[in-house]
Design a protein around this ligand. Sequence first.
Ligand code: ZN
Length: 218
Amino acid sequence: MPVTVYPWQQAQWQELLQRRAALPHALLFRGREGTGKLDFVRKLAQSLACPTPVANAACGECQSCRWFAAGAHPDYRELIPEALQPAEAEATVAGERKPSQQISVHEIRSLHDFINLTAHARLVLTDSGGVQEETTVLGIPCISLRDTTERPVTVTEGTNRLAGTGRAQILAAFAASSTGRAASVPRFWDGRAAERIEQTLVDIFQPGGLDPPPQEHV
Ligand SMILES: [Zn+2]
């Protein structure tokens, strides 16, 4: 059954799902406590990852959706403050320290470990779109166990090979990967997007366009 959200979230839900092909890289959700924001965000992530959405929402039936249900989707990492983790919140009720409202360094490290695993692999077999991108950036050979990819540049320029799910094709891709081939990191995949955005904004607004910022913010 396709996932759905609370009735009071429907307007935002439909709007975001209709824009699913062109969403920005980051979204910030805010609203009143107890309105189900975290649940909304998780369902949106599931919908964006679902390869067979129904009316743009997660189908609830496919492999990707089953991984979400099991809390084991390879592309999904949830970093969450202690205060929102049920076990921590209960421990605190018992009279211990106050749970942190911040995402801890420990959680960031767990993310780092995941990237580290990819960085030190000789070859990666995956059906994760995010991992196809990471291996291309890191220059690690990648075999995608899929027939199509929504990241074609990882195949045309990067280290990714599409092998489908047939045994013979996967073995052929494995043999081809071990001989190596010229691969490059696509243009602009250099981790400097923020600097370019900053420069572009400066170029747009600098020539007498905007008032200088207040002194205390300089
Ligand atoms: Zn699905």
